[in-house]
Design a protein around this ligand. Structure first.
Ligand SMILES: [Zn+2]
Length: 179
């Protein structure tokens, strides 16, 4: 599975690429809050590590990695944000679902046993036959030398992604000035 680095960068890149006008009245606050929200939502599915750590039961990549949970979680957090920030419910629900969905997508395409995408209806792991991320072997421990290669790969991909989005936004802004 990808580490929180890849997941939070995916949230950040989506936040930079998707429109989110009027998340807050203050422009600076708007962007920092929005980007923080996107990165947090993109990582939150992996908090299932906590009950697994506490109880010793295998929760990881279970219900929090299912489509039903993703939609339910997005519906509730969108409700909180829309009331708190007076933001369109449909818009923030759509954005939250995309941020959360990015987590499922990365995990689906990464090395490992897969994710229980269709819980509570189908209790089995699903994984893409094509692997795009080498993934970390957490079974070897949280700090293991074998994590260096996948983390290095994630950092390289993240820098590339940030560079591509930065270049795209820059050329879009330049085009807007020219028009
Ligand atoms: Zn995950």
């Amino acid at each position: 599975m990808p580490s929180p680095i890849a997941h939070s960068v995916a949230g950040y890149l989506l936040a930079k690429s998707l429109p989110a006008d009027r998340f807050s009245e203050n422009r600076i606050q708007k962007w920092s809050l929005y980007i923080f929200y996107a990165s947090l939502i993109a990582v939150v599915a992996d908090l299932d590590f906590i009950p697994q750590f506490v109880t010793g039961n295998a929760y990881h990549r279970g219900i929090t990695h299912s489509l039903v949970f993703a939609l339910g979680f997005s519906a509730i957090s969108a409700l909180i944000v829309s009331v708190w920030k007076k933001f369109s419910y449909i818009k923030i629900f759509t954005l939250t679902s995309i941020f959360y969905g990015s987590h499922l997508l990365l995990d689906y395409f990464s090395y490992g046993r897969g994710i229980k995408l269709f819980l509570p209806f189908v209790d089995r792991f699903f994984r893409s036959p094509i692997i795009l991320f080498p993934g970390l072997h957490y079974s070897r421990g949280l700090f293991h030398i074998s994590h260096l290669l996948p983390i290095g790969f994630e950092i390289a991909i993240s820098i590339l992604g940030i560079g591509v989005v930065w270049w795209w936004k820059k050329s879009k802004a330049r085009k807007n000035i020219e028009v």
